[in-house]
Design a protein. Structure first.
Length: 319
C-alpha cells in the first residue's frame, strides 16, 4: 500500500508542509520520525493496521482506493454508542464537527449545505440551559441516567463544556453556510420540554429558563436572516421548508474534502466520503431548497410573520 495510499494522505493534508504531514502521521501511529519518513516516501509499505488507523483519522476511504469500479460499494461510518460512558459519544460528536470546521475554515471554496427537521446544534450550543437539556434528554432516553435524576441534578462534564465552547468558536467560520429548516422545529422542542415538565423532571423555573433560551434563539436567527451574515462576517442563508422531509442532512464541501452526514439517534450521525453519496446528498438538499422559501435578506413579510408565529407558539405552550 504505498503509491495511491501515500497520494491519498497527501491529498487529505493538501497545503501542509512535509514536516507537518510527518508530524500529523506521528500523532496517529506510534512510530518514530525515521519510520514515518520511510513509509511516506515509499521505502517501506504501511501495514494494513497502520493504513486503517490513518484512513480513520484522515477520512480516507480504502474501499474507494482499492476496490475495482465494478464491485465498488458506498461505505458509511457510524460511531456506536458506548453505553458505559454515553456522554463521551456526545463529546466525540462535537469534536468531530470541530475538526471538520477547522479543516474547512481556511478554504475560500468551503460550503456547508444542510436541511434540518430537528434543531441544529449550531442554534442552541451557546445557550447554557437549552444545550444542557438536549444532552440530558438524550441520556434519559437511552437510559444512561437514572429516570429519577432531575434536570437540576444532572451536571454536564467539564470536557463537554469545553468542546461546546470550541464548537461555538468554529461553527460560524465556514465561508458560506445554508440551512433549510422544517417549520415545526421550535414547536417540537417546546413539546419535549413540556413532556419532561409533566414528568416532574423539570421545575417551573427551569421551564421558564428554557423558554427564555428558545425565544433568544428565535431572535438570533431572525437577526441573522435579516443581515445574511454571522458575527464572524461569514455568509449564511436560511430557508423555510414548504415540504416535509424525513431526516436531517448535511453536505460538507471544501478544497480536497467532501462529506455527507445524516443525523440519527438524536446526537449521532451516519457519514460517507463516497463521491456519489456526497453528490446525491447535495442534489437532494438542493431539491429541498427549490421547494423552500428563502428568508435571508428577502421576503421580509414572510420572515416577520414566521418568527412572530413561532414566538406566539412558544409563549402559549410554555406559559
Amino acid at each position: 500500500m504505498k503509491n495511491i495510499f501515500i497520494e491519498a494522505i497527501k491529498e487529505s493534508l493538501a497545503g501542509e508542509s512535509s514536516s507537518t504531514v510527518n508530524a500529523r502521521i506521528a500523532q496517529i501511529l506510534p512510530l518514530g520520525k525515521e519510520a514515518i519518513y520511510r513509509r511516506l516516501n515509499g521505502y517501506v509499505n504501511f501495514s494494513l493496521n497502520e493504513a486503517i488507523e490513518i484512513s480513520k483519522a484522515l477520512n480516507i476511504s480504502l474501499d474507494n482506493l482499492y476496490l475495482e469500479p465494478s464491485i465498488k460499494k458506498a461505505s458509511f461510518n457510524i460511531k456506536l454508542v458506548n453505553m458505559d460512558d454515553p456522554a463521551c459519544n456526545y463529546y466525540q460528536r462535537l469534536s468531530d464537527y470541530v475538526n471538520i470546521f477547522e479543516k474547512m475554515k481556511s478554504s475560500d471554496q468551503a460550503r456547508l449545505r444542510s436541511a434540518y427537521n430537528i434543531m441544529p446544534y449550531s442554534f442552541f450550543i451557546d445557550r447554557e440551559v437549552l444545550s444542557k437539556f438536549h444532552l440530558y434528554k438524550w441520556l434519559y432516553l437511552v437510559g444512561a441516567i437514572n429516570y429519577k435524576v432531575t434536570f437540576s441534578e444532572y451536571k454536564i462534564p467539564k470536557d463537554i463544556l469545553n468542546i461546546q465552547c470550541r464548537f461555538r468558536e468554529e461553527n460560524q467560520c465556514v465561508k458560506v453556510a445554508s440551512f433549510i429548516l422544517a417549520r415545526d422545529i421550535f414547536k417540537n422542542l417546546a413539546e419535549d420540554i413540556i413532556l419532561f415538565y409533566e414528568l416532574e423532571l423539570i421545575s417551573t423555573d427551569e421551564k421558564a429558563l428554557l423558554k427564555r433560551d428558545l425565544l433568544s434563539i428565535l431572535n438570533a436567527i431572525e437577526d441573522t436572516a435579516t443581515t445574511g451574515r454571522y458575527n464572524t462576517g461569514r455568509e449564511v442563508y436560511i430557508y423555510l421548508a414548504n415540504i416535509h422531509f424525513d431526516a436531517s442532512y448535511t453536505h460538507f464541501e471544501s478544497d480536497n474534502f467532501e462529506m455527507a452526514h445524516f443525523r440519527v439517534f438524536s446526537i449521532n450521525g451516519i457519514e460517507s466520503l463516497n463521491p456519489e453519496i456526497c453528490n446525491q446528498t447535495k442534489v437532494w438538499i438542493d431539491s429541498l431548497q427549490n421547494h423552500s422559501t428563502l428568508i435571508t435578506k428577502s421576503d421580509n413579510v414572510h420572515r416577520s410573520l414566521y418568527f412572530e408565529e413561532q414566538r406566539a407558539i412558544i409563549e402559549q405552550m410554555l406559559e
